[in-house]
Write a protein of this length. Structure first.
Length: 491
């Protein structure tokens, strides 16, 4: 509409000139009626009435729009509501679309009205579906970015140094280690007598630890074993005590209460794993131990850290506890004899750029819960985790791993998408020796030779420990007998 202040000038000129009357009839905002001094007042009155009517219509439309939005928000699923709140650009676009649809001219016939309403409904449904489909990835990125932003500058710098292997390591002295051990022992004593569960230690955890201490106090007081947990928690004695008690509770859970398997001086053996899985004799080759899910590489990275490669395509199990027992066994064997791995940590690689016929995605709720407990109980310090994949269908596994590791582990995950060669080059930028990766470069199949060599080395090491422990027990028994005989002779 034209400014009404110009209509009076046009009206005054129209009385003396036909041109003015023509322009007045063209630019008049109501019905092209001839403009005159009397008509200008009528025009202003009618325009004011119509503007008031339009304002009332707009107010009704805004009220109707607010009602529709409130009803839609109540009926919308939680994911859509979260997406609209977290993405202001999508919310502004939706608001513009709704306002444009409401301000569009109304159809004049019933058929046109039905067609227009159907088109609006289909368009809104399509937009809702597209927003739902495209909201998963941005929501995940926003979530990870928020967790990263919540970290302090020192914590964020520590994450970057851990991923690239340039973090500073504390110098260990006997006095410092003894101080950490004393702090850990005081925290264990406090947790055993406390009834609060603020630290995450439940009543069942305390009972299991008391039983283990009753059956084998020498093993639970083992200094080498406790130092593994202290180094895992960066020399925090209180945190190491919590992880240590969770460790025994988690072991008791995955072995179904078999104390003989977990209270050995060398820990669980390969024979124990096969026996609890029910794979003995010729069936041993079908056990989870021989699937090759976890490979400890024979060479460390440039920072001296142990590199462990996980192949989810080999994660084929009947019970998630079989996978948990085997993974616990392999990682503990890699840590017990390698103090450097305890201090510097482990670098994990989830490698999916392989060609396997059987691919089972481990989307098991029990496995997810068990993985979270596993990561919170094992004395393994994952400094970095690289997820390499060549198929977009593997993205759910990446989300699975991120969910299982928790916030501290998610910050240290780096995803690499590409072919086998491309992922190898990306791993080399982090100082990882890809020439010992157990994957054939030509066929992209898993090589099991180094894995079987590692199992043989672990078996020989445990047998030697059992022999030494047996000799020690024999000597102690002989000493006790001689002492008893001497006492009798003196009597």
């Amino acid at each position: 509409p034209v400014l009404h202040s110009g209509e009076s000038s046009n009206a005054s000129s129209s009385a003396s000139s036909p041109t003015g009357g023509m322009f007045g009839s063209i630019f008049g905002s109501v019905g092209k009626r001839p403009v005159s001094p009397d008509a200008s007042t009528m025009t202003t009155t009618v325009v004011g009435a119509e503007s008031a009517q339009k304002q009332r219509q707009r107010q009704k439309q805004r009220q109707r729009q607010q009602q529709q939005q409130s009803s839609a928000s109540q009926a919308a699923p939680p994911s859509t509501a979260i997406t609209n709140v977290g993405n202001p650009r999508r919310k502004s676009k939706a608001k513009q679309a709704s306002s444009s649809s409401q301000l569009s001219p109304k159809p004049t016939t019933a058929a046109a009205a039905t067609a227009a309403s159907a088109s609006v409904t289909s368009a809104s449904a399509a937009s809702d579906a597209s927003s739902t489909l495209t909201s998963t990835q941005p929501l995940t990125e926003d979530f990870l970015a928020k967790e990263l932003n919540d970290l302090s500058i020192q914590e964020r710098q520590q994450v970057y140094e851990d991923v690239h292997g340039v973090s500073q390591i504390r110098n260990e002295t006997p006095e410092f280690l003894q101080k950490c051990l004393d702090s850990m022992q005081r925290e264990i004593a406090r947790l055993l007598t406390s009834t609060a569960s603020s630290s995450g230690i439940t009543k069942e955890d305390r009972q299991i630890y008391d039983k283990a201490m009753f059956y084998c106090p020498k093993l639970l007081r083992n200094t080498k074993l406790r130092l593994m947990f202290i180094r895992c928690e960066d020399y925090d004695g209180a945190a190491a005590a919590v992880r240590y008690m969770r460790y025994w509770s988690f072991q008791y859970d995955i072995v179904d209460g078999d104390w003989d398997a977990i209270l050995k001086p060398c820990g669980m053996t390969q024979e124990d794993l096969l026996r609890m899985e029910g794979k003995t004799g010729d069936d041993a080759k079908d056990s989870f131990l021989h699937k090759g899910f976890l490979h400890v590489l024979p060479k460390p990275d440039q920072s001296g850290r142990v590199v462990a490669a996980f192949f989810n395509r080999r994660c084929i199990y009947e019970d998630w506890k079989d996978a948990a027992r085997t993974t616990l066994y392999l990682l503990m064997q890699a840590l017990e004899q390698n103090v450097n791995a305890q201090i510097h940590g482990i670098v994990g690689i989830t490698y999916e750029c392989v060609k396997e016929e059987n691919c089972v995605l481990p989307f098991d709720l029990d496995l997810l819960q068990g993985s979270s407990k596993f990561y919170a109980a094992l004395p393994v310090k994952f400094r970095a985790l690289h997820f390499c994949y060549d198929d977009a269908k593997m993205k759910p596994i990446l989300s699975f791993v991120q969910l299982a590791l928790g916030k501290k582990g998610r910050m240290r995950i780096r995803a690499h998408f590409g072919t086998d060669t491309e992922c190898r080059y990306k791993l080399m930028t982090f100082g990882i020796p890809t020439n010992v990766l157990p994957v054939h470069a030509s066929t992209s199949t898993i090589n099991m030779d180094s894995y079987h060599d590692f199992l043989d080395l672990c078996r020989q090491r445990q047998q030697q420990q059992l022999r030494e422990e047996g000799d020690t027990n024999v000597k102690m028994a002989a000493t006790d007998k001689s002492t008893t005989a001497t006492a009798k002779d003196e009597e």
